[in-house]
Design a protein around this ligand. Structure first.
Ligand code: 9G3
Length: 567
């Protein structure tokens, strides 16, 4: 491609509102442009990269025996009403009406569509297992689109769905997809970790997320410093290996703690450490009010609370609800004397605290020397806290450290929910009608593009991995007005293309400095500069990511390229 005939609008300045490197660089290097909040156009360079990522996904999915298809973005509301999800999702589900006022959703995902299709087309066990996938645009009306392609309202996803007779068969596909994802992300050059995750609204039991490590990632990963254990922090279990202190029980006492609001303030005022205080928070678990008690230095993990009650909704009670029920505001809550009004559950660590302080359920007062069992009853002890750095790794090997990650893929064991709701039945080998079992598997293709930029850039711009770059070679002249330079460059352009090399030719009548700056920004792996020594047939060859540079005679160009690309 000749840049004088293309559209690569590079920017000198960082555009306002672009807060992370991938968003800034994709805009400045002319790969994407925002069309609306969270909605982007892929300019020629962006589209070329997107296609290369899709090609890697396609190759590996086909290799795994999945069948590519394409489903519509326009989804009839009826099937979403059949699964009940039409009312489960709020404004995030983009809805519209057609000219006959029939309701549609713009597809955020395709469980309903694919299960309805398979229900109509697959009736026999002989057709199972079956895996279908698509690479297609998804729509989710995010409340706060941000970070460019990382959290858009329209994005490209590869979504796959597998259909099975048995859970064993599902387990096989799940493992196959898990391994396929590892191949895909390795080929993309990404530094990623599969992590144990929470299946959230999707139900089902197992699910893993694939996280590209990045400081701008929205998710926190808890991983072992010695084994390959890694989990989304929401899911990482805490091993309760606490010791019961040996001190004797002291008499409980009510003390004044005027204007001490936070746990730290109370601990300082009462002259003890955070871990010798008890924190009590009131949650609404579905419609039930629950008082959750943790050690003062721990945080309640609301996902674990939700899973403990198998609830569909968990949220903090309001200060008003809390005052009404327990007579005090957030800073003075405690478990003493409340079990007749509200269910009290506690994290395992609470069982091993002695002579602790806690709110007296009276503003400005706390109890000291509080002991579980003697002074308050706990309906249930459970793992209810977020794991912390330094905690023992749940697999018993090493200790936990934190990293931030960008979720680029997720694999789910769905079970029979969708097949059951939509009536996807098949006749088994005994002629008996059975409900299909499903798995689903997603890759955020446009998110992968941004994650790669987050992991591959330097102070001058993007440094694309060879297999993903929009082109392999960036060819430019120092001074296009010099005949000998333009002639040699034109000749090399033809020769490289004839040899099957993807070349971006900067043939613009721009100053060399502008061309070099744009070339560093765009980040094509190999650069050939035709300059002063053109008349002798010598050009400069440079590797973008390593900065390695050498003078090469035009007769050795192909050999040099082949050698460099093999590395
Ligand atoms: C919705 C809206 C947003 C959603 C969903 C439904 C996420 C929804 C979960 C999944 C699960 C898997 C197949 C590919 C891999 C992920 N956000 N999810 O179901 F209506 Cl508005 O999409 N689907």
């Amino acid at each position: 491609m000749k840049q004088s005939q293309s559209l690569i609008p590079t920017l000198k300045e960082v555009p306002a509102g672009a807060d992370i490197k991938s968003h800034q660089l994709l805009l400045r290097a002319g790969f994407i442009r925002q069309t609306a909040s969270g909605v982007y156009s892929y300019l020629p360079l962006g589209k070329r990269v997107l296609r290369k990522i899709e090609e890697i996904v396609r190759e590996e999915m086909d290799q795994a025996g999945a069948n590519e298809m394409l489903m519509p973005a326009l989804q009839p509301a009826e099937i979403w009403k059949e699964t009940g999800r039409w009312d489960v999702y709020g404004p995030e589900l983009m809805r519209l009406q057609d000219r006959h006022e029939r309701e549609f959703a713009l597809g955020p995902t395709h469980e309903e569509v694919i299960t309805s299709l398979v229900k109509d087309e697959v009736k026999s066990y002989k057709k199972l297992p079956l895996t279908l996938y698509q690479i297609q645009t998804k729509y989710r009306d995010e409340q706060r689109p941000r970070f460019g392609l990382l959290r858009g309202r329209e994005f490209v996803m590869k979504d796959a769905y597998s259909f099975h007779e048995t859970y064993e068969s599902l387990d096989e596909s799940y493992q196959l997809m898990y391994d396929t994802y590892s191949k895909i992300f390795n080929r993309c050059g990404l530094d990623f970790r599969p992590v144990i995750a929470d299946s959230g609204a999707m139900g089902g039991k197992d699910t893993h997320e694939f996280m590209a490590l990045s400081d701008v990632g929205e998710d926190t990963i808890a991983y072992s410093d010695t084994s390959d254990y890694a989990a989304n922090i929401e899911m990482a279990e805490v091993t309760p290996n606490y010791e019961k202190p040996t001190t004797s029980l002291k008499e409980i006492e009510k003390v004044e703690t005027p204007n001490q609001k936070t746990m730290q303030e109370v601990a300082d005022y009462l002259e003890h450490s955070l871990s010798e205080g008890l924190k009590a928070l009131m949650f609404k678990v579905d419609e039930k009010l629950v008082l959750v008690v943790t050690r003062g230095d721990h945080e309640v993990n609301d996902i674990k609370l939700k899973n403990l009650y198998q609830a569909s909704m968990v949220e903090l009670a309001t200060e008003h609800e809390t005052k009404q029920l327990l007579g005090a505001g957030f800073g003075s809550l405690g478990p003493v004397g409340v079990s007749d009004k509200v269910e009290v559950v506690a994290d395992h660590a609470v069982e091993y605290v002695m002579n602790a302080s806690c709110g007296a359920n009276e503003d400005g007062y706390h109890f000291i020397n509080v002991n579980p069992g003697r002074d308050f009853t706990v309906a249930k002890y459970a793992d209810l806290r977020f794991i912390q750095e330094g905690d023992p790794s749940p697999d018993g090997q090493g200790v936990v450290k934190f990293a931030r990650g960008i979720e680029i893929g997720q694999v789910f064991k769905l079970g029979d929910f969708y097949a059951d709701q939509l009536g996807a039945l098949y006749l088994d080998d005994q002629g008996k009608s059975k409900t299909m079992i499903m798995g689903c598997y997603g890759i955020g293709v446009s998110r992968v593009l941004a994650a790669i930029v987050e992991q591959f850039h330097d102070e001058n711009g993007i440094t694309w991995p060879d297999v993903i770059a929009p082109f392999q070679v960036h060819l430019l002249t120092i001074n296009a007005k010099k005949e000998e330079q333009s002639q040699l460059a034109d000749k090399l352009y033809q020769m490289l293309q004839t040899s099957g090399i993807e070349v971006l030719y900067d043939d613009r009548k721009e100053r060399a400095g502008v061309k070099f700056a744009d070339s560093d920004l765009i980040g094509i792996p190999y650069r050939i500069t035709v300059g002063k020594r053109a008349s002798e047939g010598y050009v400069e060859f440079k590797h973008r990511s390593t900065g390695e540079q050498l003078e090469v005679h035009e007769s050795n160009i192909m050999e040099t390229i082949n050698k460099m690309m093999k590395k």
